[in-house]
Design a protein around this ligand. Structure first.
Ligand code: NDP
Ligand code: 8X3
Length: 253
């Protein structure tokens, strides 16, 4: 049976890499993000490479509770059996001491990383195909395991994701839905560019002298996690570049 994976934030970085890796493995894909043009290009490229799979894309801002409910409720019937939900959409905005923090940045992180993940999960859980294997994979972070200078609100949102992953595992236990947290250190994506509000130079410096993880590294890890036997669940997986020991201790060459 071909399984269906729902990926939020598939227009870039880790989410896009998950789509690429899972398409190659023959999964059908439900892909969403705000930038529909990117999803269209990704869909075209993946279908050209893997013509036997099916892909459905749609525009979604996970911060909008009503839009999330309506879009998921309005999915074509054939897409209403979901095996894997990858709650990947997320962002960091700003890297300032809390006393200088920008309230708009705080709101965007809290609304996306915590509330967005909750809205999507609430709508997708009733559609999960528990008979054939159902799994929720939440993108946490090293920032959900420790707190680093100026990381304050972003770290708080990822600590919340950590708590929600544990809570989901308890609440969904009797439904047989697996729940996993994937917690990466530095992954070179558009993440830092978004954190620094489009300052590409500052973003590039984050990865200077270090071989960061790639989106593909994380996607391949997620593939491993979702292909364990039915009786095996990986609860939590912290994955770092070899050159990174903690959120801030990095061996740069
Ligand atoms: P990118 O910026 O490359 O990708 C983020 C994705 O999230 C984009 O597809 C973006 O799509 C989507 N997104 C952001 N806001 C929204 C929204 N409101 N509604 C829908 N989609 C949204 O970053 P990454 O790939 O690195 O980040 C993916 C996840 O991994 C995040 O949760 C991040 O916190 C986490 N992570 C990243 C690490 C890193 O070092 N890069 C390390 C640890 C965790 P669009 O803008 O089109 O809506
Ligand atoms: C992203 C990794 O170290 O910038 O979650 O917080 S870090």
């Amino acid at each position: 049976m071909t399984k269906t994976v729902f990926i939020t934030g598939a227009s870039s970085g880790i989410g896009q890499a998950c789509a690429e890796v899972l398409a190659k493995e023959g999964y059908n894909l439900l892909l969403c993000a705000r930038r529909l043009n990117r999803l269209e290009a990704l869909k075209d490229a993946l279908l050209a490479a893997y013509p036997t799979i099916q892909i459905h894309i749609f525009e979604l801002d996970v911060r909008d509770a009503e839009q999330v409910a309506n879009q998921i409720e309005g999915l074509p019937p054939a897409w209403k059996k979901i095996n894997v939900l990858i709650n990947n959409a997320g962002l960091s905005q700003g890297l300032d001491p809390i006393q200088n923090g920008d309230i708009g940045d705080w709101d965007r992180m809290i609304d996306t990383n915590i509330k967005g993940l909750l809205y999507v999960s609430k709508s997708v859980i009733p559609l999960m195909d528990t008979e054939n294997g159902a799994h929720i994979v939440n993108l946490g972070s090293i920032a959900g395991k420790e707190v680093y200078p100026n990381g304050n609100v972003y770290c708080a949102t990822k600590h919340a994701v950590d708590a929600l992953t544990k809570a989901m595992r308890i609440d969904l236990l009797t439904q047989g839905i697996k729940v996993t947290s994937i917690d990466p250190g530095m992954v070179e994506t558009e993440f830092s560019e978004v954190r620094f509000h489009g300052d590409r130079e500052r973003a590039k410096n984050v990865y200077n002298g270090v071989q960061a993880l790639t989106g593909k590294d994380i996607a391949e890890t997620i593939l491993f996690v979702i292909t364990r036997p039915a009786h095996v669940n990986i609860n939590d997986l912290l994955i770092m570049p070899t050159a990174q020991a903690t959120g801030t201790i990095v061996n740069r060459k």
